[in-house]
Design a protein around this ligand. Structure first.
Ligand code: PLP
Length: 230
């Protein structure tokens, strides 16, 4: 039987390799995070059997259910959704990465709740590069102060920055927002923070994000198909 998820995953991998090449970047310099939110465990298994190891989830309960069902597999779980302070414990215990930190309180709780026996929790600071009031993410003007405070927390490893650009923006606007995140990363690196990750690019704008310096694209629908919310 031909597995559609495996086929689409392979297509996305090829697009990613082509985007790296077009941008003059080394092969495999951009990691693929498979965003499995709302998709069943069977879909994750298909991608797993096709070699995918990093999966992204947006909802704490869903992460908990899937991690429990799939605990026999060495999946690298990335939490990428909005995180409320009363839900941080599960994420601190189950996730390998959190991309969506946008305030110090959440980072402090994750650090305090990260079990001692686990490796440091990898985190990204989410920045609201589109300046939309409804959007998660810290203001760009707060990013330097916040990044330094997060980097000082004992059980977290600040790896980089994440953004979700404005939905429906044209290519030029998207490129400018990705470039802004890249510049912020460079500024923080110049300030001495060792940030190796730029989490940007989704199904619709992955190629552009790679051209603008992304090191990790978060791709859901292009791999798993359209999402149906209940
Ligand atoms: C859902 C989601 C994605 C994946 O979006 P697609 O358009 O399906 O690729 C990436 N990042 C975040 C934060 C998401 O919530």
């Amino acid at each position: 039987m031909i597995d559609l998820t495996a086929q689409q995953l392979e297509k996305v991998r090829q697009q990613l390799r082509a985007a790296e090449q077009a941008a003059g970047r080394p092969a495999n310099s951009v990691q693929l995070l498979a965003v499995s939110k709302t998709f069943p465990v069977a879909a994750i298994l298909s991608a797993w059997h096709a070699g995918q190891r990093a999966f992204g989830e947006n909802y704490v309960q869903e992460l908990q259910d899937k991690a429990s069902e799939l605990q026999a597999l060495a999946i690298e779980w990335h939490f990428i959704g909005p995180l409320q302070s009363n839900k941080t414990r599960v994420v601190a215990e189950l996730a390998h990465w959190v991309h969506s930190i946008d305030r110090l309180k959440i980072a402090e709780r994750l650090s305090a709740q990260r079990p001692d026996e686990l490796p440091l929790l990898n985190v990204c600071l989410q920045v609201n590069v589109s300046n939309e009031p409804s959007k998660s993410g810290c203001q760009p003007s707060e990013a330097v102060r916040l990044a330094k405070a997060i980097a000082a927390l004992p059980h977290l490893q600040l790896r980089g920055l994440m953004c979700i650009p404005e939905a429906g923006a044209d290519q030029a606007k998207l490129a400018a927002q990705f470039a802004q995140l890249h510049q912020l990363q460079q500024q923080l690196q110049a300030d001495g923070l060792l940030l190796d990750t730029l989490s940007m690019g989704m199904s619709a704008d992955m190629v552009l994000a790679v051209a603008e310096g992304s090191t990790m694209v978060r791709v859901g629908s292009a791999i798993f198909g359209a999402r149906h919310y209940l």
